[in-house]
Design a binder for this molecule. Structure first.
Ligand code: NAD
Ligand code: UDP
Length: 335
């Protein structure tokens, strides 16, 4: 395999949304592995606290910028993570969420085209909407409401995928599109309304744990370390095209562009998650039921055979272990 742009060769890497939950873990791992990292963020949902320990490191730079405005930088690789990810955050200003996914994606792809950088898109299981196929494979086109409250995110991420594939076909941009399923771990925002952070914060405070609906809806949860490993393996994945590095004119041939499901095939009901978190925290919280939000998907579970075969990857962190580490993170924040 030719390794002209392999992960082992130090690179200058841009991480948009680098001060967020997933982005901050990614910046940390890239620095640990010897790369120069430019973290770009407008701090809409990310915080300086997430990257405080990285500020001052010689190979780390932070830029406050909004990706809906053009970005001019010289980089080898780009991870495009900038976008509010939790329902309450992406529904706060839905028009802005669409702008991030359309204008922001155009700016990032324009940058990748100009500097011939490989570019990763953090797409989402939400592109499957409320899926009629179970578990979801990458060739499933989804069941998405185009005019609902979640549409700004779901359709925004779908059009971002379209832009990635059009830039690949039209401009030979070297793309990697991952469909990330629910991910959890330390540095989730306590107020982001997502189920794991909500339940942990509620249980630690002894407040009622709020299950929306009857709790029979399912999700599959991936611990952050497993997700970061998959993201890096995918970005680094190349195939032997028989083209020598010097003759490299078609980066499209450098590897599998996706879309690729990244997640955990272990499916859990929301009611089970609530009980597990109450047990792990030793909380006396009671469970209460509230109204199910509009267009809340009933079931979500990835088929990850493609990722397993392509990346030789499988999530290894057990749900209890990952939840315990997340509980400990929130406990420290409260103490
Ligand atoms: P997050 O909200 O913690 O991080 C998103 C980051 O993007 C934040 O730091 C935010 O300030 C920044 N941002 C938002 N709009 C921006 C803009 N216009 N310009 C610059 N920065 C901007 O969310 P996360 O969970 O870390 O998600 C990261 C990415 O992964 C998102 O694109 C999300 O859609 C995707 N994703 C996450 C999950 C998950 O379970 N966490 C699942 C599927 C997909
Ligand atoms: N959920 C819940 N109680 C909460 C927060 C979320 O029952 O306090 C449910 C929510 O309705 C959904 C699931 O948990 O069915 C996952 O929600 P989250 O917002 O974490 O992720 P998404 O719906 O985007 O997968």
């Amino acid at each position: 395999m030719y390794t002209y742009c392999s992960y082992n060769i130090p690179k200058r890497i841009l991480v948009t949304g680098g001060a967020g939950f997933i982005g901050s873990h990614l910046c940390e791992r890239l620095l640990d592995d010897g790369h120069d990292v430019i973290c770009l963020d407008n701090f809409f949902t990310g915080t300086k606290k997430n990257i405080q320990h990285l500020l001052g490191l010689p190979r780390f730079e932070m830029i406050r910028h909004d990706i809906t405005q053009p970005v001019l930088l010289e980089v080898d690789w780009i991870f495009n993570l900038a976008c509010p990810a939790s329902p309450i955050h992406y529904q706060y200003n839905p028009v802005k969420t669409i702008k991030v996914n359309v204008l922001g994606t155009l700016n990032i792809l324009g940058l990748a085209k100009r500097v011939r950088a490989r570019v990763f898109q953090a797409s989402t299981s939400e592109v499957y909407g409320d899926p009629e196929l179970h578990p979801q494979t990458e060739d499933y086109w989804g069941n998405v409401n185009p005019i609902g409250k979640r549409s700004c995110y779901d359709e925004g991420k779908r059009v971002a995928e379209t832009l990635f594939f059009d830039y690949m076909r039209q401009n030979k941009v070297d793309i990697k599109v991952a469909r990330i399923f629910n991910t959890y771990g330390p540095r989730m925002q306590p107020d982001d309304g997502r189920v794991v952070s909500n339940f942990i914060v509620q249980a630690l405070a002894g407040n009622p744990v709020t299950i929306y609906g009857d709790g029979s809806q399912t999700r599959s949860f991936t611990y952050i370390d497993d997700m970061i490993e998959a993201v890096i393996r995918f970005m680094d994945h190349e195939v032997n095209t028989g083209v020598k590095p010097d003759d490299y004119t078609s980066p499209v041939l450098s590897g599998f562009p996706g879309p690729l499901n990244l997640g955990n095939p272990d499916e859990t009901s929301i009611a089970d998650i609530a009980r597990t978190i109450i047990d792990l925290t030793g909380s006396s919280s009671v469970i209460i039921h509230e109204k199910l939000p509009e267009d809340d998907p009933r079931q979500r579970c990835p088929d990850i055979s493609l990722a397993e075969n392509t990346l030789n990857w499988h999530p290894v962190t057990k749900l209890d272990t990952g939840l315990m580490k997340t509980v400990q993170y929130f406990q420290k924040g409260i103490a």
